[in-house]
Write a protein that binds this ligand. Structure first.
Ligand code: CP
Ligand code: NVA
Length: 305
């Protein structure tokens, strides 16, 4: 039975921990220069309906480092859902490839892709979520803190796809998760309820960033206008006034705090240069860990077929 990674909750708690351990093991091998080629003669189709730097490069390079070959299919190549139906693309791609990775707008298209594909599908971001990013992020927190005990993460900004994946993680691993967002930019409230009802993590929504960051171990932010919303950027800048992550917000935690951002950042907008470049900023470690977290996810999925 092939498995997909479309949501963090597609993995059990045990599988998430195994994946994080495997990611650390793959990273170690990479840095000591030891070959690990479980994907020899395998290929990965990478379907991108949106732009990308990290996701494209980390999947393509990552799959290659595991001994396989990855193909980039950009928005003008296959026109998923426009030139051809999602289901037909899923079935055709499954004939040539051992795995599919996709970055799409509509989350339902991602579900459809996985339904019709006969090979594992990995979600590289939709309008709804970004599970690979949050796996890399929690790996990064683990590396810096060595334990997730009593961890408080405060997310400041738009209640978007990144927040939905943090909420999904909160259903598998316990931590304190506070979201500080403007009233009109809350995350999906069903998702918040589902995460709360899982009963594992504490989840709060606040509209007061300075209160929300108190005692936070991590302050996380993301762009105020995601891909597909860029025409709203100017209006959003007004609505998000007071939600910028700057040095005074970092100081308001009252403790040692790491700064995280999935990137790309709009420096000077949702976060200042000083915070991005501070010694407590671990944004490039997150980017680095994308490759190792994803490689571990793909190794686990490949074992399912
Ligand atoms: N964080 C992230 O997914 O970056 P890209 O959009 O550049 O892939
Ligand atoms: N929320 C952002 C994340 C980019 C990695 C977006 O969807 O554009």
């Amino acid at each position: 039975m092939k498995r997909d990674f479309l949501h963090i909750t597609d993995f059990t708690t045990e599988e998430i921990w195994e994946t994080l351990e495997l990611a650390r093991w793959i990273k170690k091998k990479f840095y000591i220069g030891e070959e690990y080629h479980p994907f020899q003669d395998k290929s990965l189709a990478m379907i991108f309906a949106k732009p990308s730097a990290r996701t494209r490069v980390s999947f393509e390079t990552g799959f290659f480092k595991l001994g396989g070959h990855a193909l980039f299919l950009g928005p003008n190549d296959i026109g998923i859902g426009a030139r051809e139906s999602v289901g037909d693309i899923a079935r055709v791609m499954s004939k040539y490839n051992d795995m599919i990775m996709a970055r799409l707008f509509d989350h339902n298209h991602m579900l459809e892709l996985a339904e019709y594909a006969t090979v594992p599908v990995v979600n590289g971001l939709t309008d709804f979520n970004h599970p690979c990013q949050i796996m890399a992020d929690i790996l990064t927190v683990l590396e810096h803190r060595e334990s997730l005990d009593d961890l408080k993460i405060t997310y400041v900004g738009d209640g978007n796809n990144i927040v939905h994946s943090w909420l999904a993680l909160a259903m598998r691993i316990p931590f304190h998760f506070t979201i500080a967002c403007p009233e009109n930019f809350k995350p999906d409230l069903d998702m918040v309820e589902t995460a709360k009802n899982a009963g594992l993590s504490t989840i709060d929504i606040s509209h007061e960033p300075f209160e929300a960051v108190e005692k936070a171990d991590v302050i996380y932010t993301d762009v105020w206008a995601s891909m597909g919303q860029k025409e709203e950027a100017e209006q959003r800048r007004k609505e998000f006034a007071g939600f910028q992550v700057n040095e005074s917000l970092i100081k308001a935690t009252g403790k040692k705090t790491y700064f995280m951002h999935c990137l790309p950042a709009e420096r000077g907008i949702e976060v200042t240069d000083a915070v991005c470049d501070a010694d407590y900023s671990i944004i490039f470690d997150e980017a680095e860990n994308r490759m190792f977290a994803q490689n571990a996810i793909m190794v686990k999925l490949m074992k399912s077929i």
